[in-house]
Write a protein that binds this ligand. Sequence first.
Ligand code: AMP
Length: 118
Amino acid sequence: MSYNKENIFAKIVRGEIQCKKVYENDYVLAFHDINPQKKVHILVIPKGEYIDLDDFNKRATDKEIVEFNKAVTHVANLVGGKTNGYRALTNIGQDGGQEVPHLHFHIFAGEKIGKMVS
Ligand code: AMP
């Protein structure tokens, strides 16, 4: 499967669609999920064109990988995860339940997140 440049997060990275931005640097963008599942629900995405975590870990530069990982922690701490913890998760492919084919980590925080898998 090749990367689809018309996916919604690609459009957000290009500034064609608005988002509620939480954090941005040269490598990543973080914004509020449009349909929050918990009190705090943020998405962290790389600016590079990667379908999912597997694609990212195979093709991204070491710099991109380091920056993305650091950003997940930075953003989680920014939105309150430092105090009481948080959950970071990423879905991969059909069985993983991934809807948007651009790598993203969900950051859930602000309350007990609950059961890990339903
Ligand atoms: P996933 O199922 O892991 O691919 O998650 C995709 C997430 O993207 C869902 O939680 C959606 O609510 C969220 N989402 C879809 N479109 C937008 C958008 N335009 N802005 C913010 N979040 C979005």
